[in-house]
Design a protein around this ligand. Sequence first.
Ligand code: KG4
Ligand code: ZN
Length: 340
Amino acid sequence: MPILTIESTCDETAAAVICDDGSVLGECVATQETLHEQFGGVVPEVAARAHVERILPVIDTALRKAELQGADLDAIAVADRPGLAGSLLVGVVAAKTLAVAWKKPLVAINHLHAHLYACQMASDVSVYPCIGLVVSGGHTSLYHCTSPLDLEYLGGTIDDAAGEAFDKVGAMLNLGFPGGPAVSRLAAQGDPKAHAYPRSMLKEPGYRFSFSGLKTAVRYSIAPPGVKDFSDINLSDQAKADICASFQAAVVDVLVAKSVRAVKAYEAGFLIVGGGVAANPVLRTGMQTAAEQNGFQLVIAPMNLCTDNAVMGAIALEKMRRGQFAPLDLDITAGLQRGF
Ligand code: KG4
Ligand code: ZN
């Protein structure tokens, strides 16, 4: 029997109906980009209120597309961690309410594990054991994964996440929100060698990342110290494109180098890459080249499963096979210790 999966960790409200063989019967994603655009970033309270308005219509749409009703479901799964507290609460409360009303078991999903599971969903063969890189708006984390549910955290960012850095650079250049896709589009017209931006922590052993120094370097190439309002900065389109391309090259270099380091250290046959930034074409090409040069298999999440969605919530089926159900007093976990 199929399951219903619910995702509301950040600013996407999503639901999907997924069969036990992983096939998707219906799905729906409602984005909030226009709501947050004027602020240049996600405003948690605005996001939570928008989830409240959208959650039931989104679930209803997914069920209608699947031509199913609550009674036809086997379980209800929801992302309970990590994310914005108010956003998570809306999904978790909706899932618990429907679980009680429809008398269905509840399954809790770790959103980061789900981002990586999107890669397994796209692969004909098992990708485990593997190294997993999550690059999203909130996280930049490397894991050694021996199964979809057994992940050892190796390291992650000590300040900004990769996607967050993309969004902030986009905001500084007045490119709109979210900045990631806009920066990557503009970068295609720019010279990645125009600015020698730092590759922070590249030489440091281990798997930690830092993007705040890079962000500051970009800031100073946009305007001199002291200038606080960037709205009337007069940079040519080419100058902006060069900044975007050089920034993107610095992010990609570090992500590729640390991922390859982990693959080698753990003698992994596969590297899997998920999360919104995995949609970046230069990162995808850079990872592919590294895979060919170093002789490992690469599986990057398909484009439609990179940014937040409920289809990757199919990881709940793996938990159900292990009998891992959540109690009805399930609470949210907004932040995670050591990247989990
Ligand atoms: O996984 P996601 O939808 O949300 C979180 O779990 O955080 O990731 C969203 C992030 C945003 O920061 C967005 O700017 C970034 O993914 N992103 C990109 C691209 N598409 C989305 N970053 C770089 N290049 C892209 N093409
Ligand atoms: Zn995400």
